[in-house]
Design a protein around this ligand. Structure first.
Ligand SMILES: Cc1cc2nc3c(=O)[nH]c(=O)nc-3n(C[C@H](O)[C@H](O)[C@H](O)COP(=O)(O)OP(=O)(O)OC[C@H]3O[C@@H](n4cnc5c(N)ncnc54)[C@H](O)[C@@H]3O)c2cc1C
Length: 263
């Protein structure tokens, strides 16, 4: 069985800064890390490898050259190989173009039975990439997977979190699963894993290598347009109601809320 895990490198901070002119994220000078939610995807793939024979796990990331560090981390957790898709032609890709490029790399590397993604990236937070990759590959996708109940060469049965409960879904392989935090507890890489990842070469995949149509990646391949980026203004516009008697205070409060359009 061959498993691919899609991992994204994200800024290691929740104070993401945006360039208000270009509408893009300011990434320079920012420390980055493996998307914390992708660790659950890596962990689940590695657990399958440890449970069954002949399972090969490959981590794939599209990002700048330093994203090699996230792939090395995935390898130190137990992935067999890592591939970094990095090319100036990919710059400016929105979720559709990112998913197109990732699905081209998956096809090029070939014959995956299972593809894992995290629930969402902590910077972009759209949660679109996994389902979009599956759509472009023409394979089933199950989102919010919280447990793998059964897996064979032909199918996988999973439990997924839905509003107010859980549901069990069975899909034929190949399939893409996006996992949620409840699925496992990601391991901390041990020394052997860290040493293995240091010496492991992470091959670079360019747009040419994965044979993408250049018009379908980068800014030109991205139908999304960022029209405006702004920081919401937080201001206090409150009123102190002096309580003489409860009824008039409540009436005054209701009147004030009506004026503000709250009720
Ligand atoms: C107009 C426009 C221009 C942009 N330009 C750039 C740019 O120049 N550089 C840039 O870095 N971003 C750019 N972005 C952001 C980029 O499109 C998103 O970061 C990317 O598509 C992933 O979306 P997301 O963060 O919402 O991931 P989600 O959909 O929330 O991610 C879900 C899961 O998909 C997988 N995944 C997501 N992204 C990747 C990836 N890159 N590699 C491997 N697995 C992945 C992970 O498993 C992740 O947990 C741009 C966005 C727009 C709209």
């Amino acid at each position: 069985m061959r498993i691919a895990v899609l991992v994204k490198e994200v800024p290691a901070t929740d104070k993401v800064k945006m360039d208000e002119k270009t509408g893009t994220m300011i990434r320079s000078g920012m420390e980055s890390e493996l998307n914390p939610l992708d660790m659950y995807a890596v962990e689940e793939a590695v657990r399958i490898k440890e449970k069954f024979e002949n399972v090969h796990v490959v981590a794939i990331s599209m990002g700048p050259p330093q994203a090699v560090n996230s792939l090395k981390e995935a390898i130190s957790m137990g992935c067999d190989d890592g591939y970094l898709m990095s090319d100036k032609n990919f710059a400016g890709s929105d979720t559709l173009a990112t998913a197109y490029a990732l699905s081209a790399a998956i096809q090029k590397l070939g014959n995956f039975d299972l593809i894992f993604t995290g629930e969402r990236a902590t910077d972009g937070e759209t949660g679109q990439v996994g389902p979009s990759v599956a759509t472009q590959l023409g394979i089933p996708v199950v989102t919010y997977v919280s447990k793998i109940e059964k897996i064979s060469d032909e199918f996988v049965r999973v439990c997924r979190s839905i509003e107010g409960g859980k549901e069990t879904v069975e899909v034929e392989l190949p399939a893409l699963l996006s996992v949620v935090k409840e699925i496992n507890e990601p391991r901390i890489p041990n020394l052997a894993g860290k040493i293995a990842s240091k010496s492991k070469k992470v091959p670079l995949l360019t747009a040419n290598d994965i044979e993408v149509i250049l018009d379908k990646v980068g800014l030109s391949g991205s139908p999304t347009r960022v029209v405006k980026v702004f920081y919401p203004k937080l201001s206090r516009d409150g009123k102190i109601i002096k309580v003489r008697d409860l009824e008039s205070a409540v009436n005054e409060l209701v009147e004030f809320m009506k004026q503000k359009g709250v009720i």
